[in-house]
Design a protein around this ligand. Structure first.
Ligand SMILES: Cc1cc2nc3c(=O)[nH]c(=O)nc-3n(C[C@H](O)[C@H](O)[C@H](O)COP(=O)(O)OP(=O)(O)OC[C@H]3O[C@@H](n4cnc5c(N)ncnc54)[C@H](O)[C@@H]3O)c2cc1C
Length: 403
């Protein structure tokens, strides 16, 4: 019987661990962070200044605890062209997460104004697909802090199921080294503790996974993308948009998306002019950025290229026009600095892993956002889950065949 170690408990790790356990494979999952109630997840932001501010959380459940619950298919065609058909896995995941748009009761005035204004300008928005249970969700604008009602899917839900199926989950255990012998993986080290395994699946996210790969002698860490975003916003008095469901609608541009979005960074600048959070209406401009960054041993660098700057400018101009049409005072419109919340690309398929997500070291796999060949420019969780399910099935099939 194969003995598998999964490193990291976010989108990729929780899903692949659960999938393997469903097929009676022995799994131990090691997570660097600690276990936390969902509503305290904001205490575990572990952001990096890499040229843009890079947002991620280090805790059980990883960055899935602070998502906006957006659940859209990304890169499906791109993967298909590489011979990776995710259609069945997408369907399974969408069913398990009850993906759908929220009912009208969950659309606030600010979002509706933005949708109406976009339509007037010939830029029609669609409702965003979400993995949020509308019966549990009372719109409060706190998705990115950790849902106070646990109404949103996070990988904690898969981890609970995985544990019931026998997965041993060990938190507060940072994996520091991969061990190998003769081109085969043999296990991992967490500081001075050794764990042996037949297979190791790295799901530590696009910043930590390439560092672990390098500990096994594999070159990784180039071509980092982050889906750079800014939030553009201004004053529409008493709109109370900050309490609405974040990013509840979507406009797909060429290389960027626009979505209604509140950021406290806008308020901290506009309150100097006497306005408060209740007076701000905003939109996120998120781009499909170039993989121009790189993860080094001690530093991460991701500066935006001129191509990225062009997309940000184009999206911001449209966002400004929509907000003005929606009633925002144009003289108050400002933008946040550039940030990124979707790091990926640092162990890409075709470069660092093959189509089965295996590295050049037999039995060493990668299953997180690192394997994306290019930036999705849109929420990646659903796609990471689909890839992780596919890997779980692949390993289970292989294990049964060689049992
Ligand atoms: C504010 C915010 C909102 C977002 N909203 C959305 C959204 O609505 N929809 C969407 O699709 N995406 C969203 N995202 C992006 C999404 O959360 C990430 O793309 C996704 O979680 C990445 O999955 P992953 O498996 O690569 O990494 P993660 O989910 O970050 O998991 C990596 C895990 O590995 C652990 N780890 C790291 N190093 C080690 C180590 N050495 N040993 C052991 N464990 C380790 C970490 O603690 C973490 O638990 C959002 C991100 C942010 C920051």
């Amino acid at each position: 019987m194969k003995n598998v170690i999964v490193v990291g408990s976010g989108a990729g790790g929780a899903t692949v661990a659960r999938e393997l356990a469903k097929n009676r494979i022995k799994v131990t999952l090691l997570e660097k962070g600690c276990s936390t109630p969902v509503d305290k997840a904001h205490q575990y932001y572990d952001n990096l200044d890499v040229g843009v501010e890079l947002l991620k959380t280090t805790c059980l459940g990883g960055t899935t605890l602070v998502t906006a619950g957006n659940a859209v298919r990304t890169c499906q065609e791109e993967f298909k062209e590489m011979g990776i058909n995710l259609e069945n896995e997408f369907q399974e995941v969408e069913g398990e997460l009850n993906v759908g748009t929220l009912p009208d009761t969950h659309f606030g005035e600010g979002t509706l104004r933005i949708m109406e204004a976009s339509s007037v300008l010939g830029l029609p928005m669609e409702k965003m697909f979400k993995s949020i249970n509308p019966h549990e969700c009372i719109p409060c604008g706190m998705c990115a802090l950790g849902c106070p009602r646990n109404a949103k899917w996070s990988s904690l839900k898969y981890l609970e199921e995985a544990e019931k199926l026998g997965v041993k989950i060990i938190d507060n255990s940072q994996v520091t080294q991969i061990t190998t012998n003769n081109g085969h993986v043999t296990g991992v080290c967490s500081h001075d503790k050794k764990y042996s395994a037949d297979l190791v699946i790295l799901c530590a996210g696009a910043i930590e996974t390439p560092r672990l790969l390098r500990s096994a002698g594999i070159t990784a860490g180039k071509k980092l993308f982050v889906d750079t975003f800014v939030t553009v916003g201004g004053v529409l008095e008493d709109i109370n948009f900050y309490k609405e469901v974040s990013m509840n609608a979507l406009y797909k541009g060429d290389g960027f998306i626009l979505a209604p979005h509140y950021s406290g960074l806008l308020t901290s600048r506009l309150e100097k002019q006497g306005f408060s959070e209740s007076d701000i209406l905003g939109m996120m401009v998120k781009i499909k950025d170039e993989g121009s960054g790189c993860v080094g041993e001690d530093a991460v660098v991701k500066n935006n290229t001129s191509h990225d700057a062009g997309l940000l400018a184009e999206g911001s101009a449209l966002a400004g026009a929509i907000l003005t049409e929606a009633g925002v005072d144009p003289s108050t419109i400002i933008s946040t600095p550039a940030r990124g919340a979707h790091p990926g690309g640092t162990a890409a398929i075709g470069e660092v892993v093959d189509r089965n997500l295996e590295t050049e070291i037999r039995g060493l796999y990668v299953c997180d956002a690192s394997v994306f060949p290019s930036a999705p420019g849109a929420p990646p969780v659903l796609t990471i889950l689909a890839l992780a399910k596919r890997l779980g099935k692949h390993i289970s099939h292989y294990t049964k065949k060689h049992a």
